[in-house]
Design a protein around this ligand. Structure first.
Ligand SMILES: C[S@@+](CC[C@H](N)C(=O)[O-])C[C@H]1O[C@@H](n2cnc3c(N)ncnc32)[C@H](O)[C@@H]1O
Length: 228
């Protein structure tokens, strides 16, 4: 998290968030703060609860993991507040998104152009995800894959893997990071052809290198183009 995010959480009267993320920030939540936590899939309800509390003149912190503006709660809170004509000031506080957190664990894979794609087809149709995957792979972007797979949603990653292999060398460098920047952080550098044999879950992010990405002293590096 950023220092500003930590300060806002410490100054809040009410904290609203998915229960797993609320647990992660427990050490910095003050005793008397009201905490409204909920489940995955209840994002609109959480945004509505946050707006209601803000209309009661409470200082509310809605939390996401990483950066609230990257597949996080920032958009839905702004949409709900506008929909309800709620006249409350809203500030989006930036955080450290999983892509850059994972990149630092792996080395420096994102120093050039990269594309970020979520494999979750809950809110985005698979046809659009596939179109974006093909475009990114054809354009030699480094590709960051958020939401790769969960216990009940394994097919998108299998399909994405097949699509990437249509365009990329099977030896393309891939970085896998679980729990980036958290105590239980794990990272591995493998090849695209090996990707499906590794344990990948919803706490994991994948960085698929481009045609120039290489492993340098055990670190994943995409050269920026400097002559060394
Ligand atoms: C709904 S998105 C939320 C992204 C988050 N707002 C961010 O900026 O990182 C959830 C996905 O982000 C990725 N993710 C979030 N935190 C992570 C972490 N600490 N380590 C690895 N991946 C993470 C995983 O791919 C996970 O399935």
């Amino acid at each position: 998290m950023t220092l500003k995010a930590k300060q806002e959480i410490e100054n809040a009267d009410v904290i609203v968030g998915y229960k797993t993320y609320v647990k992660l920030i427990q050490p910095i939540i003050k005793n008397k703060v009201e905490v409204l936590s909920g489940n995955m899939g209840q994002e609109v309800d959480r945004a509505k609860a946050a707006v209601t509390k803000a209309l009661e003149n409470k200082q509310v912190a809605v939390i996401s993991s990483g950066d609230a503006g990257v597949y996080g709660m920032a958009g839905v809170v702004l949409e709900v507040a506008a929909h309800e004509n709620a006249d409350v000031p809203i500030e989006v506080v930036s955080g450290v998104t999983a892509a850059t957190a994972a990149a630092s664990a792996l080395g420096a894979p994102l120093v050039g152009d990269f594309a970020v794609i979520s494999l979750s087809d809950i809110l985005t149709p698979w046809s659009l995800i596939e179109k974006r995957l093909r475009a990114a792979a054809q354009s030699d972007f480094v590709i960051v894959l958020y939401n790769p797979q969960s216990k009940g949603r394994k097919e998108p990653l299998a399909k994405a893997h097949r699509i990437l292999l249509e365009y990329l060398d099977p030896k393309t460098v891939v970085g896998i990071v679980k729990n980036a920047n958290r105590q239980q952080q794990e990272s591995k550098i493998i090849s695209l052809e090996e990707m499906r044999t590794h344990e990948i879950d919803m706490l994991t992010i994948l960085i698929v290198g481009n045609s120039t990405t290489k492993v340098v002293n055990g670190k994943m590096v995409t050269p920026r183009g400097y002559t060394i």
